[in-house]
Ligand binder design. Sequence first.
Ligand SMILES: Cc1cc2nc3c(=O)[nH]c(=O)nc-3n(C[C@H](O)[C@H](O)[C@H](O)COP(=O)(O)OP(=O)(O)OC[C@H]3O[C@@H](n4cnc5c(N)ncnc54)[C@H](O)[C@@H]3O)c2cc1C
Length: 477
Amino acid sequence: MAATAATLRETLSTIVGDAQVLVDEDAVAPYLVDARQRFRGRASAVVRPGSTDEVAAVVRACARAGITVVVQGGNTGLCGGATPDASGRSIVISLARMRRVREVDAANATLTVEGGVTLAAVQAAADAAGLRFPLSLASEGSCTIGGNIATNAGGTAVLRYGNTRAQVLGLEVVLADGRVWNGLRALRKDNTGYDMKQLFIGSEGTLGIVTAAVLALVPPPRERATALAAVPGLAQAVLLLSRLKDALGSRLTGFELMSDVAVGLSRKHHPDLPDPLPGCPWYALIQADSSVAGPALAADVEGALAEAVSVGVAGDATVAASAEQARRLWALRENISEAQRREGPNVKHDIALPASAIPAFVASCGGALAAAFPDARLVVFGHLGDGNLHYNVAAAPGVPAETLMRRAADINRIVYDEVTVRGGTISAEHGIGQLKREALARYRGPLELELMRRVKDALDPQGIFNPGKVLADAVRA
Ligand SMILES: Cc1cc2nc3c(=O)[nH]c(=O)nc-3n(C[C@H](O)[C@H](O)[C@H](O)COP(=O)(O)OP(=O)(O)OC[C@H]3O[C@@H](n4cnc5c(N)ncnc54)[C@H](O)[C@@H]3O)c2cc1C
């Protein structure tokens, strides 16, 4: 085995150059732990190819040697999908050197980029072309477009633009046998057989390596309105969402929900942040954009909110008077995760439900958790516009977090059972990785799991891509 590993290492060095095959413990260490430091693994090497041909040659060499491959982008994933397992038998392929913008076609509003380009760099390339790439995540400075595609990332503008899937027109993918599928088509209509790219989007590195993508761009916003509304209950929050959709149509970009506990934590750790509407159990952070310049957008947002307040759907509302005020309102939302991290570990859930089912879910799940875990407190926030809640269960102040963390499996069971009963999902935007593999097996039916397994076996019959992620490893003869 040692001889095989040494031979493979030599082959990899021949393909990418000695300097791009990392084996030194310190150099390899950052690739072996996930963003939340929840998962740690081992790897025989980290390889950093610089081109699609090099990725393909590395995969071919691994397939020949029976070595498994974990592909990594920015390593910001929240489910341990990019962390190798503990066996040490895998190599990690990092796409950090594949950062080329291959083509900008402003007339077609498309961009062709390599898989290792960061999301922020994609956004900058779109801006430079006078257009916009609408995907937006708090991790955008580090996460890569390959990782966004592999996780079908969501974020704060899904209400208007859809998930990553909706922004991808074409893909280039290195397959499990090292062949390269060139599906880099810049087309908005293409019903020519099965739409193969859809299989790779959201496949979390288990079916192929995304080495390049054609992305759809949109016109840049010329007007923006940001507002905060205080809402007395979740039923009213859902009604407010419907009213704003009605009044603003596709100009409604984001509708983020925050509980008072979530806002309180954000402000506790950033006391300079505003508290414009104190004393309400829920808050909606609203963003609307228009590509048409003029006062209509602000007037429509103000009018819709004033009506909502007049009928009691919102208690009060405030519209940001400047870009700086808007930034500070957004900071309330964007600092929640970081504030929670500083408070200590908590049991996180990235769930989605039909918006109409959310009030009943929160009431009933909150009741079940309070009965079973009186020492817990809920930190609820998320993208209500997409039915996506970050439903986090933390220890109440003064209670050691470990008490609760030890019972994470019981907490998950209550939350996921409640979600499933109401037609929801256990993973809205972060994926499955290794964190939710058992939950996926539990909450998706046997036929759906069999279909997933057949897709995996068809595209990766040797099981070389990302073992132990999404699906349990197949038992192979
Ligand atoms: C502060 C913070 C905020 C976040 N906010 C959001 C949010 O709002 N919405 C959201 O959806 N996510 C969010 N995330 C999660 C994360 O940023 C996304 O999942 C992101 O898409 C991962 O990209 P990455 O390049 O870091 O991928 P990695 O973490 O490197 O990998 C993630 C998965 O994709 C696979 N993969 C990576 N690159 C490729 C490739 N080129 N080809 C095939 N497979 C590949 C990996 O094997 C792994 O399974 C957040 C994370 C952090 C830390």
